[in-house]
Design a protein around this ligand. Structure first.
Ligand code: B12
Length: 212
């Protein structure tokens, strides 16, 4: 059986095939899925994030690491749910209405999953009502909005206003990102946080958990 510690390297180097192989073998050998996640997978994604922040890794490395992480997570998720492992928090993520760009959003979603969050991915071109529906009844959720177009970033304000109108604003945190987004814009529309990359999005979400 491969050593479960090999999972760390497989994710760090973006080797999805190896990650799948080690995860399958570890689960067959009854290694605790929460242990796989907390000892090898999350630390590997944390390291990916650090390397990205100091310009050792770039977007392609992030994407392949995220893909390897996703491959393992897909195998692990049913076992984790069965074991009742508690997620760090819940994030509802989507690209706003009118916008079809999803590479950055997917990366943020994968990194958040890697960071232990339960992620509900609503996809692209998501109208405000869909975000509301997904946050309703789930107090403490973080709503994460992505936009890549200057013409669609204005939808972010609509989502915040719709949360207010639905009486959910106090119970929900809103984080935003995407190429045209800035901290100044986040402040202007009353979002709770902004980050310009997927790795920092995890730190941001961790900071906001429990503040809603
Ligand atoms: C790939 C791409 C496309 C692909 C998208 C494929 C896909 N599945 O996503 C296709 C070809 C479909 C496309 C279409 C269009 N595109 Co385009 N596209 C791009 C391009 C080249 C790269 C975007 C990308 O994937 N970057 C890589 C990812 C990893 O980076 P990212 O998205 O910024 O995400 C990171 C951060 O921003 C942050 N982040 C992102 N989301 C979130 C969310 C949260 C909550 C947080 C915390 C952080 C966060 O973390 C991410 C990871 O680190 C950009 C150019 C650019 N440099 O941005 C143009 C660009 C965004 N597109 C542009 C345009 C104009 C269009 C079109 C209108 C073109 C046309 N005339 O049809 C259409 C619009 C379609 C639509 N309705 O959405 C313009 C936008 C101009 C503007 N200022 O509005 C750009 C800037 C190109 C340009 N320079 O003109 N596009």
């Amino acid at each position: 059986m491969p050593d479960p510690a090999e999972l760390y390297d497989a994710i760090l180097t973006g080797n999805a095939k190896k990650a799948e192989e080690v995860t399958k073998a570890a689960l067959e050998a009854n290694v605790n899925p929460s242990e796989l996640l907390s000892k090898y997978m999350i630390p590997a994604m944390d390291e990916v994030g650090k390397r990205f922040e100091c310009n050792e890794y770039f977007v392609p490395e992030l994407l392949i690491a995220a893909r390897a992480m996703k491959t393992s997570l897909q195998l692990l998720t049913p076992k984790l749910a069965a074991a009742g492992a508690k997620a760090t928090g819940r994030v509802v993520i989507g690209t706003v209405q009118g916008d079809l760009h999803d590479i950055g959003k997917n990366l943020v979603a994968s990194m958040l999953e890697g960071g232990g969050f339960e992620v509900v991915d609503l996809g692209v071109d998501v109208p405000a009502e869909k975000f509301i529906e997904a946050a309703q009844g789930k107090d403490g959720s973080i709503v994460a909005l992505s936009a890549l177009l200057t013409t669609t970033m204005t939808q972010m304000r609509n989502v915040i206003q719709a949360l207010e109108a639905a009486g959910l604003r106090e119970k929900t945190r809103v984080i935003i990102g995407g190429a045209p987004i800035t901290q100044q814009y986040a402040d202007e529309i009353g979002a709770d946080g902004y980050s310009d990359n997927a790795s920092a999005a995890v730190g941001l979400a961790r900071k906001l958990v429990g503040t809603a």
